[in-house]
Design a protein around this ligand. Structure first.
Ligand SMILES: O=C(O)Cc1cc(O)ccc1O
Ligand SMILES: [Fe+2]
Length: 463
């Protein structure tokens, strides 16, 4: 794979880029000249309504050899049967879910055909929803490109570097990095080894950096660490297949030229990647376990203040120094849905967790540390400790109530039916303050030497 890729840095910048083979290919002082330099076609890609306020208005101008409109009619796409758009394939399942590492097939499967929807919620047509996918792939997408008419893809590779060719240029995205490819952008994925990862698609909004509030002007994911590719074109006549994910189904159209023929572009609607090693974690340096929102890398907001359609959160290696605190994640019931995956190593709250696996804790489904984690952390000496070395877990947290697909619920073949057992050995450590008089303590055989009047009133034996 090429390692001489260049990037432009910054989040949400207004970028300009020309393929160096065609200097001055960007029109100088207008977007739509009567005739573009080098005989290119001008095409606008709008990522927001024309009339969006300036701070949320996103669009780019692409100067290309042929306009995207030149293709034959779309027909239903024969592959990609793992893409699901309906959230009522099966009855709702509120259980704690864990998937063992998703299997990578031995045969040939490309990125598009290796995508499987695991869960999702909301609605594509009303432009408010999300879908969570797992991808596995072993071969490159030959002369095929995909774009989503529905939403933005946030891709989290777990195994295998992806060479992602887009209309805006080429990005290499390795495990530990993520990339975002927004609605409408055509891309092709090439791999050099069996590869696997996770995808979050958001419908109707774009990802943004979270506000920093009292943290100040710096921290978490810093804007300068986001990298956007530079213009790169190929002028190739070939049988190219353009796959459109449209209203949750895949369609394919043929065209006789490569879609990666953009010689120059400018604008603020462009794909980007980010290395999660650059995340500047903040955390408690005194006591208590803060909420995981402190680890938000990117957020896709709803119109309700502070309520995310989906947040992308990482659990990076870091120092843990909290005093008099149960340091791992607390036991928890959440009005949000939490899908988690593991890029490498283990997750701090679970002894049994491995790269390529996942969990889903649906709305109000109780969860938290497993028995081993609780027993260790509640008795550990609280010295400063570096946690998560060599590990990287992440969470897609959504305000939507998510549905599992049939594949996610069962047919993927890696649902861990024993997951619930990780909490079954948690035992009561309750020390009853008045075990002598307490009826239930007699039955349970509890004992204690603590006694108060208050407790006596509460636990009086009733005969
Ligand atoms: O493991 C989880 O469930 C995610 C999570 C992490 C954390 O640090 C606090 C709350 C929470 O839900
Ligand atoms: Fe949680």
């Amino acid at each position: 794979m090429t390692n001489i890729l260049k990037y432009q840095c910054g989040f949400g910048n207004h970028f300009s880029s020309e393929d160096p083979r065609c200097p001055d290919s960007l029109p100088k002082d207008q977007n739509s000249p009567q005739r573009c330099p080098y005989g290119l076609y001008a095409e606008q890609l709008s990522g927001s309504a024309f009339t969006c306020p300036r701070n949320s208005n996103q669009r780019s101008w692409l100067y290309r050899i042929l306009p995207s409109a030149k293709h034959e009619p779309f027909q239903p796409y024969a592959g990609g049967s793992g893409i699901i758009s309906s959230w009522d394939e099966i009855d709702p399942n509120p259980n704690q879910m864990r998937w063992k590492p998703f299997k990578i097939p031995d045969g040939n499967v490309d990125f598009v055909d290796g995508m499987q929807t695991i869960c999702g919620g909301g609605d594509i047509r009303s432009r408010h929803g999300i879908a969570v996918y797992v991808y596995v792939c072993t071969v490159r997408m030959n002369d095929k490109a995909i774009y989503s008419s529905d939403g933005d893809f946030l891709i989290v590779p777990q195994q295998g570097t992806l060479k992602v060719t887009t209309e805006f240029g080429i990005m290499e995205v390795s495990p530990g990095e993520i990339c975002v490819i927004q609605q409408g952008m055509r891309f092709n994925v090439d791999v050099s080894e069996p590869s696997r990862g996770y995808i979050l698609e958001v419908f109707g909004v774009h990802f943004q950096l979270p506000d920093l509030g009292p943290i100040g002007a710096n921290g978490l994911a810093n804007p300068r660490d986001f990298l956007t590719p530079v213009a790169y074109f190929e002028d190739r006549k070939c049988q190219y297949t353009i796959v459109s994910k449209y209203q949750g189904k895949l369609f394919a159209a043929k065209q006789q030229h490569s879609p990666f023929d953009v010689v120059a572009w400018h604008g603020n609607y462009a794909p980007y990647k980010y290395n999660l090693d650059n995340f500047m974690a903040v955390n408690a340096v005194s006591y208590d376990h803060p909420d995981p929102s402190i680890f938000t890398v990117l957020t896709a907001q709803t119109t309700r203040p502070g309520i995310a359609l989906a947040d992308f959160v990482v659990f990076p290696p870091r120092w843990s120094v909290h005093e008099r605190t149960f340091r791992p994640p607390y036991y928890h019931r959440n009005c949000m849905s939490e899908f988690m995956g593991i890029i490498k190593g283990k997750y701090e709250a679970k002894a049994e967790s491995s790269p390529g696996s996942a969990t889903l804790h649906s709305m109000m489904t109780p969860h938290g540390p497993d028995t081993a984690c609780f027993e260790t952390a509640s008795t550990a000496e609280l010295a400063p400790e570096y946690i998560g070395k060599g590990s990287l877990a992440f969470m897609f947290e959504s305000s939507l109530s998510m549905a599992l697909t049939k594949w996610g619920n069962e047919s993927c073949g890696c649902v861990d039916k024993d997951y619930y057992k990780c909490w079954q050995d948690l035992k009561s450590h309750f020390k009853c303050p008045d075990a002598e008089k307490c009826h239930s303590c007699h039955e349970l055989g509890h004992s204690t030497n603590v006694s108060t009047n208050y407790a006596s009133r509460l636990f009086r034996k009733t005969e």
